[in-house]
Structures are given as structure tokens and as C-alpha cells.
Write a protein that binds this ligand. Structure first.
Ligand SMILES: NC(=O)c1ccc[n+]([C@@H]2O[C@H](COP(=O)([O-])OP(=O)(O)OC[C@H]3O[C@@H](n4cnc5c(N)ncnc54)[C@H](OP(=O)(O)O)[C@@H]3O)[C@@H](O)[C@H]2O)c1
Length: 274
């Protein structure tokens, strides 16, 4: 049995589907214990990672855990996992975990990785760059008109499809050979925000026009969308340029045997969200 936390999220839901498609018994954990959209046979459970006592029972009979990072109860959840006989944990981290900077994101990712290293469980860290699904934040603008205002217009990133993170996660959950590895994961192309808008325009058959936000507008937009410490972290990463996500890496293909999906493929699959 594999326990997948964050099971209704961008990555967790894909991990659940990938494992279920391979015939693995899966338990899908979220606070709601949502069952809608789960493949047949997957067991939905409710649990709050900030309250370890609500997760404990879900660890029964589990051999590997897909873990979301940064929750307050993490150390206790890991200790309970060890006590329950769990063998390994695959944690969703981020490329920014490697950046030497003291901001809200690097702090929680580094602390989460350290707790996992100290847990005594075999571990694998997945350190993806930005997700292609972040483009869903443009959906509101796109449904309203053809002008698409984007933050950090000059920053190239090799965004990854969450389903590719999930395919790597599945390999690491099912085989011991990935223990002690930290995988930096990227998509297949390094694109500007305007390149992604052009792909969306093609897929949607629309005449979309990218307008780059100025530095000040980017700051305002991030502060409106995220709690202040996270907005500041993103400004450090992409405004000050301390996080480079432009490089395309071969890791997804090396681990899974298949190249990662392009933004065009992601956009076609999610076209009706726009
Ligand atoms: N977006 C990016 O570009 C990017 C890049 C690199 C790394 N990351 C990392 O990826 C992670 C986010 O992944 P995602 O986009 O797949 O997540 P997501 O779509 O935001 O989903 C979060 C999941 O966690 C569950 N959840 C939230 N609070 C919980 C709690 N207290 N206890 C148990 N479950 C809880 C949610 O379900 P319920 O609400 O029902 O509980 C949901 O299933 C973050 O840690 C981020 O640092 C993101």
C-alpha cells in the first residue's frame, strides 16, 4: 500500500493516478478525504498533516509515502511512519531548496528535507522547477479578454508538467534504487511567459496578447495573490534572479524512460480550464 498525501493537488492527484494505473494499492490523503475523481479501488482518507494524530491510522500497512512538505506535524508524521513499518518516503520539494537564501520558501523546503533526512526512513527528494499548472492563474484573464498580463516577463523557465513529477515519484515510491537521491526535475523547453501565452493562443484559437508587468506591478500582483513572506520569496527568486529555472535537464527521461511533456501537450489537455 502506498500513501499519497496532497492527493487532491496538482502533483498528488497525478501520483494517485499513475500508481493506480500500474495496479498499486493506493490510499489518497487530503484534509477533505475527497473521493471525486479518484480511480476505482483507491481508498480516500481524511487527515491533516498539521495534526499528526489524524494521519496515524492512514499509515497502517503502508510501505511508501508520497509526502507534501512544510506542514507543522511533519516530524511526528515521519516518526509514526517509521513506527508503522513504512520503508521509504518520497518528498515533493523544489529546486529552490538548493538556493542559498533565507526566505520563507527556502526555509520551509530546507527544514522539511532535513527532517526527512533525520527520520531514519529511506528518502528521495523531488526538486521540480515551476509547474506548468501555474498557467491556470491566467485563466481568469483569458476568459475575460485577449490581453494577458504576466509577471516576470523576461524570465525564462523550463516549467514541468505535474504528471511528469508524478511519474518520477511513482518510480521512487516503488523501487529502492532511488533512495538517498535528490532529483532536480524540469520540462523539455525553456520558455518565456509570452511563449506560453502564444501556445495557449494556438490551442484556444484566440488572439491573445502578452503584456509584461513592470517590476512594481509584479510586486503588487504577487502581494495580492500570496501571503507577504511568499510574495517576497518569489521576488527574490525571479526578480532578483537568485533562482535559475531556465536550464533543461534530462532527469525525467533518465528516471522514467520517457521525455517530459511539452507545454503544448499540457495546454491541450487543460484547454477547457481556460
Ligand atoms: N507551483 C510550483 O511552481 C512549485 C514549484 C516547485 C515546488 N512546488 C511545491 O509543490 C507544493 C504544492 O504542490 P501542489 O501544487 O501539487 O499542491 P496543491 O495543488 O496546492 O494541493 C495541495 C494538496 O495538499 C492538501 N493539503 C493542504 N493542506 C493540507 C494539510 N494541512 N494536511 C493534509 N493535506 C493538506 C490539499 O487538499 P486539502 O485542501 O483537501 O487538504 C491538496 O490535496 C508546494 O510545497 C510547493 O512548494 C511548487
Amino acid at each position: 500500500m502506498i500513501l499519497v498525501t496532497g492527493a487532491t493537488g496538482n502533483v498528488g492527484a497525478e501520483v494517485v493516478h499513475t500508481l493506480a494505473a500500474e495496479g498499486e494499492p493506493v490510499r489518497a490523503l487530503s484534509r477533505s478525504g475527497e473521493t471525486v475523481g479518484l480511480p476505482p479501488g483507491v481508498e480516500a482518507v481524511a487527515g491533516d498533516l498539521n495534526r499528526p494524530e489524524t494521519v496515524r491510522e492512514s499509515l497502517d500497512g503502508v510501505r511508501a509515502v508520497f509526502l507534501m512538505p512544510g506542514y507543522e506535524g511533519q516530524r511526528a508524521v515521519l516518526a509514526d511512519a517509521r513506527a508503522a513499518g513504512v520503508e521509504r518516503v518520497v518528498m515533493l520539494s523544489g529546486k529552490s531548496a538548493k538556493v542559498v537564501d533565507d526566505n520563507a520558501v527556502t526555509r520551509y523546503l530546507r527544514a522539511s528535507e532535513n527532517e526527512v533526512r533525520e527520520s531514519g526512513l529511506s528518502w528521495t527528494f523531488l526538486r521540480p522547477v515551476s509547474f506548468m499548472s501555474n498557467a491556470l492563474s491566467l485563466a481568469d484573464q483569458i476568459t475575460k479578454g485577449d490581453e494577458v498580463r504576466v509577471p516576470f516577463p523576461g524570465v525564462r523557465t523550463a516549467d514541468i508538467d505535474p504528471s511528469d513529477i508524478a511519474r518520477v515519484a511513482a518510480r521512487a515510491l516503488l523501487s529502492p534504487e532511488h533512495g538517498g537521491r535528490a532529483y532536480t526535475l524540469t520540462g523539455p523547453q525553456s520558455l518565456l511567459p509570452s511563449d506560453r501565452v502564444a501556445v495557449l493562443a494556438e490551442v484556444l484559437g484566440r488572439d491573445l496578447r502578452t503584456v509584461g508587468l513592470t517590476d512594481e506591478e509584479t510586486r503588487e500582483a504577487l502581494r495580492a495573490a500570496f501571503p507577504a513572506p511568499y510574495a517576497e520569496a518569489f521576488l527574490r527568486f525571479f526578480g532578483d534572479g537568485i533562482l535559475d529555472e531556465s536550464q533543461v535537464l534530462p532527469t525525467v527521461e533518465e528516471v522514467t524512460g520517457r521525455p517530459p511533456r511539452t507545454f503544448l501537450e499540457w495546454a491541450r489537455q487543460h484547454a477547457n480550464a481556460f
